[in-house]
Design a protein around this ligand. Structure first.
Ligand SMILES: [Zn+2]
Length: 357
């Protein structure tokens, strides 16, 4: 019994000690939680202040009424609306949003030819695999289109083989034999990519100790996957005769840049009450710089009429080699004869040749 009491009191002492530690820990935890909650609350207050200002800033700067700068006749025929629907559908196919595109086709009555759809479906399938770091579909595609890619001076196939080789390297010494065997794929590219191949083969020496601890660690950089997606998109689009970016994205981005300028101009025109300035709906009242990214080709401006040439008024090359717009050519023609305003050679205007559009 005595022994029992002893052990009982011992037990109680231990429990007391445990409890006091426990209560201290709990108190500390509560303090921590309180501090964290307070910190979160004060941070949230800061963020909330900014966020609530965003809404007001949008309201202040948002122009709900932009129809003033859009020609009313832009979408007035069913044919033009069909073009718009087709452009949106093409954009959706490009983005891989197939079911949305199908729904839009059904609702808008747009019929898209399978031959137009097919390249986008294939591109998306391959890109999807590349994003999951699966190189095989892209490699198959590149091998099938090898000659056409080489004609475009594309190094896509080599870059895909290179990345496959690197993925074998990152697997460590167990992949040594497979990597050596795979190196055979570099043979057709030996002359063009000699330096790259030397680096890849050199890295094999460090396979046992791990490439990540070697001077070749840059081979394992992860941004190569994003890069290969870009290279694939660029070269595949070039091969299929498609622009890299969807025409809809480009138009939208250009519109976002141009719209504020146009809104300002419209306001100035209205304030000065000279509404006649902007009547030509095919042409903007001022030139808007969209940056180099949006330069696709040079534009010929007629040196006589100082107007940009267009589809309805194309540049014409005279017999003497000077180029003027067709409107200028018609204006300068007198009794079936034209005197070039530059050389000045007399000639038959019907001999002039259209050189663009
Ligand atoms: Zn001339």
């Amino acid at each position: 019994f005595i022994v029992d009491i002893d052990s009982f009191s011992h037990c109680c002492r231990v429990q007391d000690a445990d409890l006091s530690v426990l209560s201290q820990t709990m108190a500390q935890c509560c303090k921590n939680i309180k501090e964290t909650v307070q910190m979160l609350a004060s941070r949230h207050k800061d963020i909330h202040g900014s966020v609530s200002k965003v809404g007001k800033a949008i309201d202040r700067n948002f122009d709900a009424e932009i129809s003033a700068v859009v020609a009313e006749t832009v979408w007035d025929t069913p044919e033009r609306q069909k073009y718009l629907s087709e452009t949106i559908v093409e954009h959706l196919y490009r983005q891989g949003m197939l079911s949305v595109a199908e729904d839009l086709c059904q609702e808008s009555g747009v019929v898209i030819d399978m031959s137009m759809k097919q390249p986008f479906l294939e591109l998306n399938r391959i890109l999807e695999a590349l994003r999951m770091q699966d190189l095989r579909p892209a490699l198959e595609w590149a091998v099938t289109n090898r000659q056409r890619l080489l004609d475009l001076n594309s190094s896509l196939e080599f870059k895909l083989h290179r990345l496959y080789f690197i993925s074998l390297l990152s697997g460590g010494i167990g992949n040594q034999m497979e990597a050596l065997q795979y190196a055979r794929h570099f043979q057709p590219f030996a002359s063009q990519h000699q330096r790259d191949i030397q680096i890849l083969m050199g890295s094999l020496v460090y396979l046992r100790h791990g490439i990540e601890n070697s001077p070749y660690r840059s081979l394992l950089e992860t941004n190569q996957w994003a890069e290969i997606c870009n290279i694939f998109t660029r070269d595949a689009c070039a091969l299929l005769g498609l622009s890299v970016e969807s025409p809809l994205s480009v138009s939208f981005a250009s519109g976002c840049m141009a719209l504020p300028v146009l809104m300002n101009i419209k306001q100035v025109i209205e304030q000065r009450q000279c509404s006649g300035v902007w009547t030509h709906k095919d042409e903007l009242p001022i030139e808007i710089d969209l940056g180099k990214k949006c330069w696709y080709h040079s534009v010929f401006a007629c040196p006589i009429l100082r107007q940009q040439t267009s589809e309805s008024n194309p540049p014409m090359k005279l017999i003497c080699g000077h180029v003027i717009s067709r409107d200028a050519l018609n204006k300068l023609t007198n009794a079936g004869k034209l005197k070039c305003p530059y050389c000045p050679m007399e000639q038959n205007p019907s001999h002039a040749k259209q050189i663009y559009f």
